[in-house]
Write a protein that binds this ligand. Structure first.
Ligand SMILES: NC(=O)c1ccc[n+]([C@@H]2O[C@H](COP(=O)([O-])OP(=O)(O)OC[C@H]3O[C@@H](n4cnc5c(N)ncnc54)[C@H](OP(=O)(O)O)[C@@H]3O)[C@@H](O)[C@H]2O)c1
Length: 279
C-alpha cells in the first residue's frame, strides 16, 4: 500500500485503485446547502466526496457534482449502504438505488455503513459488493464501523474490503483497530477527523506544531492523519475552511510532534458501539 511522503495526495487502496486521501464530508448537509457545499468544494480543489444513503443527501450531492462541471473521471465518489442492503441481492439493489438518486453511472467506493452483526447479513452484502466490482460497475468496496471480529468474518469468506472507515481523532484514535486494519492490509478512512471541531484543537500538542509550521490546529490534525497513511473526510460548509483543510500538503510533522499528538489518546472508544448501534 502506498502511504506517506510530504507530497502524497493519493493512497492505493486496492491494486491499481488510488483515492485522493482527503475528501469532503457532507453529513449533516442536505438539499441546496449540500449541493452548494459540494459544488464549492470541488471548485476549492476537492476531488473526493463522502456521502451515504443515511444522510438523505445523495440526490443533492449528485446535483452539486453536476453543477461543478467537473469531469466524472476526475472525481472520487464514496457512498454507503444502510439496511436493507445486508444481503447479496440487497447490496446490489442499494447500489442501483444510490446511483439513481445521485444521477451517476457508477461510484468509486461503496461501503457497508454499519455491520449490524445481530442481523448476520454483512458477509453476504460484501459478496454483493464484490459482484459489482467483478462486473466492472464499481471501483472498490469497503466497510465502515467494523471491528476486527467483523473484519475477520469477511476475510474468512474470501472477501477483502479495501477500506474500513472509522471514527478517528487525536483523543479517540482507536489504536487497536488501526492496527487491526493495517495487519489485514485494509486502508483506514477517518471520519470525524477533526473530532467535530473538538476542544483538543486548542491543546498545546496541536497549537505548538501549528505555530511552528505556520498552520492552523485543524491543518495539524489533518496532517497527523495523512502522515499515518489514513484517508480523512473533514466536513466543512465554509469556503475558507474547505480550502484550509486541503492546504496540508506542503509540510510534514516531526516524529516528536506526532508523538505529542498521539499522547492525546484518552483510550475512549468511538461515540457509538457498532455491536449495538446500526442502520
Ligand atoms: N461512516 C460513518 O459512520 C460516519 C459517521 C460520521 C461522519 N462520517 C463522515 O465523516 C464526515 C466528517 O465527520 P464529521 O462531520 O462528523 O466531523 P469533522 O469533519 O471532524 O468536523 C466537522 C465540524 O468541524 C468544523 N470544521 C471543519 N473544518 C474546520 C476547521 N478547519 N477549523 C475549525 N472547525 C472546522 C465544521 O464546521 P463548518 O462546516 O462550519 O466549517 C463542522 O462543525 C461527515 O461529514 C461524513 O461524511 C461518517
Amino acid at each position: 500500500m502506498n502511504t506517506t511522503n510530504t507530497t502524497t495526495r493519493e493512497l492505493e487502496i486496492a491494486p491499481g485503485v488510488c483515492t485522493p486521501m482527503l475528501g469532503l464530508g457532507t453529513w449533516p448537509l442536505v438539499g441546496e446547502e449540500a449541493a452548494d457545499s459540494v459544488a464549492r468544494g470541488i471548485a476549492n480543489g476537492y476531488r473526493h466526496i463522502d456521502t451515504a444513503e443515511k444522510y438523505g443527501n445523495e440526490d443533492a450531492i449528485g446535483e452539486g457534482i453536476r453543477r461543478s462541471g467537473i469531469a466524472r473521471d476526475d472525481l472520487w465518489v464514496t457512498s454507503k449502504l444502510s439496511l436493507p442492503g445486508h444481503s447479496r441481492a440487497g447490496a446490489i439493489h442499494s447500489y442501483d438505488a444510490a446511483l439513481g438518486r445521485m444521477g451517476l453511472e457508477c461510484l468509486d467506493l461503496y461501503l457497508i455503513h454499519w455491520p449490524n452483526p445481530q442481523l448476520g447479513g454483512y458477509v453476504e452484502a460484501c459478496r454483493g459488493l464484490q459482484d459489482l466490482v467483478d462486473a466492472g460497475r464499481l471501483r472498490a468496496w469497503g466497510v465502515s464501523n467494523f471491528k476486527a471480529t467483523h473484519l475477520d468474518e469477511v476475510l474468512a469468506a474470501g472477501l477483502k474490503p479495501a477500506v474500513n472507515q472509522i471514527q478517528v481523532d487525536p483523543q479517540h484514535p482507536q489504536s487497536s483497530l488501526l492496527e487491526a486494519n493495517a495487519a489485514r492490509g485494509i486502508a483506514t478512512g477517518a471520519y470525524s477527523p477533526l473530532g467535530r471541531a473538538g476542544e483538543f484543537l486548542s491543546d498545546p500538542a496541536i497549537t505548538g506544531p501549528a505555530t511552528a509550521h505556520a498552520k492552523t490546529p485543524a491543518q495539524i490534525v489533518l496532517r497527523w492523519h495523512l502522515d499515518a497513511g489514513r484517508l480523512a473526510v473533514p466536513k466543512s460548509a465554509s469556503d475558507a475552511r474547505q480550502r484550509e483543510n486541503l492546504d496540508v500538503f506542503d509540510f510534514t510533522l516531526t516524529a516528536a510532534e506526532r508523538a505529542g499528538i498521539d499522547a492525546l489518546d484518552t483510550g475512549a472508544g468511538p461515540r457509538l458501539d457498532s455491536d449495538a448501534y446500526g442502520h
